[in-house]
Ligand binder design. Sequence first.
Ligand SMILES: *[C@@H]1O[C@H](CO)[C@@H](O)[C@H](O)[C@H]1NC(C)=O
Ligand SMILES: *[C@@H]1O[C@H](CO)[C@@H](O)[C@H](O)[C@H]1NC(C)=O
Ligand SMILES: *[C@@H]1O[C@H](CO)[C@@H](O)[C@H](O)[C@H]1NC(C)=O
Ligand SMILES: *[C@@H]1O[C@H](CO)[C@@H](O)[C@H](O)[C@H]1NC(C)=O
Ligand SMILES: *[C@@H]1O[C@H](CO)[C@@H](O)[C@H](O)[C@H]1NC(C)=O
Ligand SMILES: *[C@@H]1O[C@H](CO)[C@@H](O)[C@H](O)[C@H]1NC(C)=O
Ligand SMILES: [Zn+2]
Length: 477
Amino acid sequence: MSIMTPHIRQMCLCYFAITLTLTEAISLQLNQPKVLLVSFDGFRWDYIHRVPMPRFKYVMENGIHVNRVTNIFITKTYPNHYTLVTGLYAENHGIVANKMYDQDLNKTFSMDGMDIFDPVWWDEAYPLWVTNQIQGHKSGAVMWPGTDVQIHGMYPTHYMIYNISVPFEDRVTQLIDWFRGKEPVNFGLLYWEEPDQTGHEFGTDNPFLDKVIADIDLKLGYLVEQLQKAGLWNTINLIVTSDHGMTLCSRDRIIELDLYIDRDLYTWIDFTPVSAILPKEGKYYEIYHALVNAHPNMTVYKKEDIPDHFRYKHNKRIQPIIAVADEGWTINQNKTTGKFNLGDHGYDNTINSMQPLLIAHGPAFKKNFTKEIMDIVDVYPLICHILGIVPMSNNGTLNNVRELLVDGKMIATESSVVDIVSQGEINTRGSYAWLGILLGSVLVVCFLIVFVQQVTKSQMSGLNIHQGEMSQPLLSR
Ligand SMILES: *[C@@H]1O[C@H](CO)[C@@H](O)[C@H](O)[C@H]1NC(C)=O
Ligand SMILES: *[C@@H]1O[C@H](CO)[C@@H](O)[C@H](O)[C@H]1NC(C)=O
Ligand SMILES: *[C@@H]1O[C@H](CO)[C@@H](O)[C@H](O)[C@H]1NC(C)=O
Ligand SMILES: *[C@@H]1O[C@H](CO)[C@@H](O)[C@H](O)[C@H]1NC(C)=O
Ligand SMILES: *[C@@H]1O[C@H](CO)[C@@H](O)[C@H](O)[C@H]1NC(C)=O
Ligand SMILES: *[C@@H]1O[C@H](CO)[C@@H](O)[C@H](O)[C@H]1NC(C)=O
Ligand SMILES: [Zn+2]
């Protein structure tokens, strides 16, 4: 100790204080509410009753279970995944289908192509990870649709380029690393392709689908186990849901457009079960009249007549004519061309089989609580509320799902909706501001201490006091 000059001692104290402050900041960050949103693509609400699902049951009994989620029209993958993270209907978030055409841009969006990486498709909305990051937090995403696209100039803090071959276990490992990193994420997204793929290929009544559903139960079990091992299970709010259900189709239920309209008269933008039809110049009425009463199991709408409850009208990417098949029917040009799926989705979102489930577990959620039905647009305000971030303007209502939450664990301040412009302000007065003020104060105090020390030392230099005595009182305080 004797070799330590008061100056060094003060510095040490100073570092000690800063370290304390940082530790406090980091532990606060560790205590920040966390949400992990998981989607098992095409997991119909009633799949949990097909085979024993002990891991799902475990999560439900220790958390909440929403029997059915009314998703948005059209009940397809991209539109609904974007709704989960924006709280908006398709007409408002702009991802109106898995296949779209934008006449103004003269561009096509299709899952088979690279065009999904063009931000212009996604920029009509602000997804949750972008809002989360603007408000000073970090996000991590594994394969969730849109998370490898630069939306409003931003990727998730951590993300993986979409690669279907990456095993579920690797996806989980990656996410847990991000939740436990030095600068941990508070929001994670995890996507898995099944049971959608099997549902499409084999239909919904095939025993092979049961095996895949049982495997999903194992996968959820693996996720829970890894979260437990990582010490995250009791602090993370896990939400498991899906984008849509699935129904059985048949080659006996194909509607052939070729029987009614000439292929030269239109561009077939999207296929089935909601066909998006762009008539060639001057052919609009001809097409509409040829189709409107063509088949008893196909309802044909002019864009302006699409029923309001679909919330599927006010967007330039919705084509002038759409044809909607009845459940289990497929629209094709003829019986021998085009893709045919034994299972499909995309139909009217009020049809039972189109709807997924939602289960959740964590400090924010009640235990062993069941709710019959909820709207998919309410997931977004729910997550924002748990994370304590201010949501963007959206079509969801937190009050509709409040009953899922433990009251005591609710964030005190009720977030209000902000517009895009004020997001910047939130950043400056947001989560980093207090940290800055705290660190600043500590530095000022330290500077003053050292300064006083130096002044005192120079005043007392003539007295030649043992240096140890000078600093002792400070240390014992
Ligand atoms: C739209 O783009 C295609 C090429 O992708 C081009 O052939 C066509 O002329 C363009 N149409 C308009 C109206 O610009
Ligand atoms: C996709 O993931 C697999 C399995 O991890 C890997 O072998 C492959 O190289 C990846 N492909 C690309 C294009 O990164
Ligand atoms: C198909 O149309 C027929 C005749 O209108 C109707 O009876 C039947 O219910 C329809 N099928 C479905 C799945 O709606
Ligand atoms: C279906 O259309 C394809 C062209 O896309 C044609 O080759 C085929 O002959 C048609 N099938 C029938 C049954 O008309
Ligand atoms: C959950 O609630 C049901 C009744 O709603 C009850 O039978 C069951 O024992 C409860 N499970 C747990 C783990 O509390
Ligand atoms: C959905 O939310 C958007 C953004 O706030 C709004 O413009 C739109 O009118 C809402 N739609 C409905 C049906 O309320
Ligand atoms: Zn899907």
